[in-house]
Design a protein around this ligand. Structure first.
Ligand code: GUN
Length: 285
C-alpha cells in the first residue's frame, strides 16, 4: 500500500485565496487586516520565517509591519513595543518571533500581547479558551494539522484514536486539545513514553511533533492510519526532513504529510486565517 499525500502547499493556496477574498471584502468596509511581526536578534532561521510571514500577508492584501531589533534590546523596551501595538488600531495581530534572546522572558512577552491580537495563540487566555471550548485564537501549527485532517474528510474524529507524540506548549498540547474537541480519543506521548510503538500502533491518526528524525517508523503504524509530520529536521545530506521515516511509513499509512510541503506552509496559512479573524472581530466591535 502506498499512502496518499496530504499536500500542504495545495491546501494552503486554497485557504489563502479564501483569506484574500475575505480581506478584500473587509477592506470595502474600511478595515485592512494588519499584522505586526517583531524579530529580536539575528537568528537566521527566524529571519527566514518572519520574511515568509510578511510576504504571505502582502500576498493576501494585508497591511504588515516587520519590526527588527538588535539582540541587545531590553525586555522593558520589547514590552513597551508590544503595548504600543496593543493600542494601535491598524494592527489586528501581533506576533513576536521565538526564540527570544536569553535575557528576555518569553512568557512575560507573550502575556503582554492583548488576547484579542494573539494570532499565534500562545497567550494563556488563548490556551485556556481552547481548553474550555470558548472563542480564542488557536495555535497555528496544530490548527493547520486539523485543517489537513478536514481536507481528507476527517473533521469529526468520533470513534477515532489519535496519538500525539510531543508535548510542547505550541504544538503537542494544543494539538491534543483540538483533536479532543473534534471528538477523538486522544493519547499524548513523548520521548519518555514506555513502549511508544504499542501506543502508535493503535492509532487511527498519529501526529509526530518531537523535532527528531525517525521518531515514527513503519513498524509503529497501523495499516491505513493517517500520519501528520510536524517535524523540521535535516538529514545526513543536509536536506529538510520530518520526524517520520517517510520512505518506510508511506508504505503502511493511508495518508501522510510530506516534509517539506506538508505542515510547514499550513502554519503561515493559519496565521493569516487568525489575523483575518482578528480583523473581522475588531471591525464588528
Ligand atoms: N518560532 C517557531 N515557530 C514559531 C511560531 O509559530 N510563532 C512564533 N512567534 N515563533 C515561532
Amino acid at each position: 500500500m502506498t499512502a496518499q499525500l496530504i499536500d500542504g502547499n495545495a491546501l494552503s493556496r486554497q485557504l489563502r485565496a479564501e483569506v484574500a477574498q475575505r480581506a478584500s471584502t473587509l477592506k470595502t468596509q474600511g478595515t485592512t487586516p494588519g499584522l505586526a511581526v517583531i524579530l529580536v536578534g539575528d537568528n537566521s532561521a527566524s529571519q527566514v520565517y518572519v520574511r515568509n510571514k510578511v510576504k504571505a500577508c502582502e500576498d493576501a492584501g494585508f497591511h504588515s509591519v516587520l519590526e527588527k531589533y538588535d539582540a541587545s534590546m531590553t525586555e522593558a523596551e520589547l514590552l513597551a513595543r508590544v503595548e504600543a501595538l496593543n493600542n494601535d488600531p491598524s494592527i489586528h495581530g501581533i506576533l513576536v518571533q521565538l526564540p527570544l534572546p536569553k535575557h528576555i522572558d518569553d512568557h512575560k512577552v507573550i502575556e503582554t500581547i492583548s488576547p484579542a491580537k494573539d494570532v499565534d495563540g500562545f497567550h494563556v487566555a488563548s490556551a485556556g479558551a481552547l481548553m474550555v471550548g470558548e472563542v480564542g485564537f488557536k495555535a497555528c501549527t496544530p490548527y493547520g494539522c486539523m485543517k489537513m485532517l478536514e481536507s481528507i474528510g476527517m473533521k469529526d474524529l468520533r470513534g477515532k484514536h489519535a496519538v500525539v507524540i510531543g508535548r510542547s506548549n505550541i504544538v503537542g498540547k494544543p494539538m491534543a486539545m483540538m483533536l479532543l474537541a473534534a471528538n477523538a480519543t486522544v493519547t499524548i506521548t513523548h520521548s519518555g513514553t514506555a513502549d511508544l510503538a504499542a501506543m502508535t500502533r493503535q492509532a487511527d491518526v498519529v501526529v509526530a511533533a518531537v523535532g527528531k528524525r525517525n521518531v515514527l517508523t513503519a513498524d509503529m503504524v497501523k495499516p491505513g492510519a493517517v500520519v501528520i509530520d510536524v517535524g523540521m529536521n535535516r538529514n545526513d545530506e543536509g536536506k529538510l526532513c520530518g520526524d517520520v521515516d517517510f520512505g518506510g511509513v508511506k508504505e503502511v499509512a493511508g495518508f501522510i504529510t510530506p516534509v517539506p510541503g506538508g505542515v510547514g506552509p499550513m502554519t503561515i496559512t493559519m496565521l493569516l486565517v487568525n489575523t483575518m479573524e482578528a480583523a473581522e472581530r475588531a471591525s464588528v466591535g
